[in-house]
Design a protein around this ligand. Structure first.
Ligand code: IDP
Ligand code: MG
Length: 143
């Protein structure tokens, strides 16, 4: 079954939106299989966003994601990656549809409330990055 990693970014945690965001994804019928709050350090943030290393916004991105605690979670379900990306909306909240997480809560392109894996392959790497030590849980989701 497909897994996807999400991060509630600092703006989501600080505004008390963690439960709402996790709830929206649970309401899609996806199964929550791991969750933890952490303050990412520079090394973790740079590894997570390594693909953007050459982009002009890389330093801002790393500074932002390490500025305050985040909540990392893993959801499991059929087509979890694409369904969660759809629920998140476009990267820039100004372009995201209402009813999506970023469209409803995102403040700007940096403070866009949530990260979500962009492919099953990326998800596997990201789950390992954030939950490599403790792993994920197994149970039956009853809908
Ligand atoms: P995604 O989060 O929708 O997958 P990515 O292109 O992977 O978007 O970019 C990672 C994060 O970097 C975005 O969520 C956003 O916060 C930030 N970002 C992306 N493009 C820009 C930009 O042009 N300026 C500033 N920040 C950006
Ligand atoms: Mg991305």
């Amino acid at each position: 079954m497909e897994k996807s990693l999400i991060l509630v970014k600092p703006d989501g945690v600080e505004r008390g939106l963690t439960g709402t965001i996790i709830g929206r994804l649970e309401e899609l019928g996806l199964k929550l299989v791991a969750i933890r709050m952490l303050r990412a350090d520079k090394d973790l943030a740079e590894r997570h966003y390594a693909i953007h290393r050459e982009r002009p916004f890389f330093n801002d991105l790393v500074n932002y994601i390490t500025s305050s605690p985040i909540v990392a979670a893993v959801f499991e379900g059929e087509e979890a990656v694409s369904r969660i990306r759809k629920a998140c909306g476009a990267t820039d909240p100004a372009q995201s549809e209402k009813g999506t997480i970023r469209g409803d809560f995102g403040l700007d392109i940096g403070r866009n409330t949530i990260h979500a894996s962009d492919s099953p392959e990326t998800a596997a790497v990201e789950v390992e990055t954030f939950f490599g030590n403790e792993g994920t849980c197994e149970y039956t989701r009853i809908n």
